[in-house]
Design a protein around this ligand. Sequence first.
Ligand code: 10E
Ligand code: SF4
Length: 345
Amino acid sequence: MSVTSPERPAETTTKRVLLAAPRGYCAGVDRAVVAVEKALETYGTPVYVRKEIVHNKHVVETLRERGAIFVNETDEVPEGARLVFSAHGVSPAVRASAEARSLETIDATCPLVTKVHKEAVRFAKDDYDILLIGHTGHEEVEGTAGEAPEHVQVVNSPDEVDQVVVRDPAKVVWISQTTLSVDETMETVRRLRERFPSLQDPPSDDICYATQNRQVAVKKLAPECDVVIVVGSANSSNSVRLVEVALQSGARASYRVDRKAEIKDEWLEGATTVGVTSGASVPEILVQDVVSHLADHGFGSVEEVRTATEDLMFSLPRELRAGLKAAGEETKRPRREARKELPQV
Ligand code: 10E
Ligand code: SF4
């Protein structure tokens, strides 16, 4: 595989793949998936997980096969059992209900989501109206809004800005879900600021580094592509955003697939350049499957289009580290490249 920029002579007709980098697992997903794996290894079954640990079918199916039991709510978990909170975070009400059932919780909330929770708590304490830009019903939004329900209102898109009502226009702040389209969010903020000129920004970017990096990479390759294939599940916000970003950035077509079997031959008809990327919850093995499927269809040349290098790694959840230590097990983790990916199901 060569590392090149996507520029090529106009007359080139070699069928090729432009492979976005960064793509796939972010530090928060990696930590959450490893947390469930380690919990299963250390404590044995049953280990319950509230909601999907990350929004990826393959990951959830694989962990289920290893013994994880996925539930929707804490009241489905037997009293005193072990429960992992997903990477998307939970509201204080969920924590309280887990405590009321004496559950042994392991909090796999991504630290970058926790950072946004803390912002909500702080601004609520200072009595701001908090405009949470994000998607109603998404678990991360439910968790963040649940930190201060009486202060937070969710703004789904630029079109919703006109319906926002605040108590004091001089005391309004916006925060956001971590996995949104950067461009659409900036448009929402622009419109909010038109209405509320004193609108305060969050202390730092809420859309996380991984979301931003994957969008920048897809923006770079999309103008060169006849079609961009995004590997990711339908409920994965950041994966779905990558399809939108690819289309807005000049790809003639873009499709999301969970796995290579979903790629339709007609998508590739007449195409010369196919872009490939994956959401933050997607194991690399699924991307490599797609790349080899494309090779079987004549797209044998693969060029990586890299726009950033990521080396962030989070330590495992505190409760799990304590459990590992008590069991005499290693709490430090090898770098990601040195570990095996989840096997294919
Ligand atoms: O739907 P999302 O993109 O938020 O989730 P995902 O599980 O596909 O990717 C990881 C992102 C998380 C955990 C939220 N910040
Ligand atoms: Fe954390 Fe960002 Fe990954 Fe979400 S997408 S888990 S916020 S690093």
